[in-house]
Write a protein that binds this ligand. Structure first.
Ligand code: X2X
Length: 337
């Protein structure tokens, strides 16, 4: 939220300007907004957000200060979703699947083995499928999503116990899943034993063997140092996951139009740059993580897809998402289930 009302700012601006001229101190920002996320500082998301913050500050002449809170510093994803709805935080990047606890259709990009590659992902998320989800997010009235979705990545499966080569290897596997019905449902369909844990507790849960497995894109396995507590990395590519850059509607509406335009321009551009970073990182990370001791293997995805099909996973989720959303997904990725 803004730190000073407009009237307070006008009253104090003169004094601040004089003192900053005289002693060279920075002017206090008129708007200080909080951006919370669950990723480590080293992840491209935070690097690009920091760059965007600097550009926004410069282009608004210091009026807008974007404060970044990485690594779930302000709370777990579940807590932070409440905070962005209430306005306690102004911006929050959240996986569409977790957002589905509030906006059910937002989980749709996470349908198992739906997306085959990045061109297909961005065509859908920058096109009709993304528009549909963004529209549903706006209908909440409390939050909205920026135009550019940020990349999390294609998710891979890590374990401390054994590689996942066929779907049978997942049976009874104690695997951590993020807090979202689609994730739990998918691992139940595989016959695994999924446990819901917010990301800020994943490292410890793996270390203490509360769970033996988790799944995340390589950029996270690396930057969150999950390789320290996981041995095997199976390239299952079972789902593509992205972050909606969410804003609190009331906070946003309190900004002058020119500030809004500068903030959205730089946030959306940072999202595009972050996509390229994650894609570039992913190609080199298998070698880097192998050096750090992880053992990689590939899988035949058809066997996993067939297992989900046989368990009724696609049929169930088509019914939950509804025909319209499902056909928008299938228009992008081809027939499912
Ligand atoms: O919680 C996770 O695993 C993460 C970081 O990938 C998400 O935000 C969904």
């Amino acid at each position: 939220m803004k730190s000073l009302s407009r009237r307070q700012f006008t009253k104090s601006a003169g004094a601040l300007a004089v003192s900053s001229f005289a002693i060279g101190t920075a002017k206090a920002a008129q708007f200080t907004y909080k951006f919370a996320n669950n990723l480590p500082l080293a992840h491209p998301m935070n690097k690009r957000a920091q760059e965007a913050a600097a550009k926004i500050k410069e282009e608004t002449g210091g009026r807008f200060d974007l404060q970044i809170f990485p690594s779930s510093q302000l709370g777990s994803d579940t807590d932070t979703l409440d905070q962005v709805r209430s306005g306690a935080v102004d911006f929050f990047t959240l996986s569409g699947l977790i957002l589905s606890t509030l906006v059910p259709v937002a989980a749709i990009n996470g349908v198992g083995f739906a997306f085959k590659d990045y061109p297909t992902v961005w065509k859908a998320m920058d096109g009709k499928l993304g528009d549909h989800v963004r529209g549903e997010i706006a209908k909440t009235g409390s939050i909205f999503a920026f135009d550019t979705m940020w990349d999390n990545g294609f998710r891979q499966t890590t374990t401390s116990s054994k590689p996942i080569v066929t779907p049978a290897d997942l049976v009874n596997m104690k695997i951590r899943v993020p807090p979202a019905a689609l994730w739990t449902s998918m691992y139940k369909a595989f016959g695994a034993a999924p446990t819901t844990i917010n990301f800020n507790e994943v490292y410890t849960a793996l270390q203490s063997k509360v769970v033996d497995a988790e799944e995340n894109p390589l950029a996270i396995v690396d930057t969150a140092k999950l390789y320290e507590v996981q041995k095997y990395c199976s390239l299952t590519n079972h789902m593509w996951d992205g972050f909606w850059f969410l804003g609190n509607k009331t906070s946003w509406d309190a900004l002058p139009k020119d500030v809004q335009a500068i903030v959205s321009k730089h946030i959306n551009a940072a999202g595009i740059a972050e996509r390229a970073d994650v894609a570039a990182l992913t190609t080199g990370l298998q070698a880097a993580l192998t050096q750090k001791g992880m053992v990689f293997n590939e899988v035949a995805p058809d066997a996993f897809r067939d297992k989900l099909k046989a368990a009724g996973f696609y049929k169930d989720w088509k019914a939950k998402f509804g025909d319209k959303a499902w056909s928008t997904l299938e228009d992008s990725v081809g027939a499912l289930g």
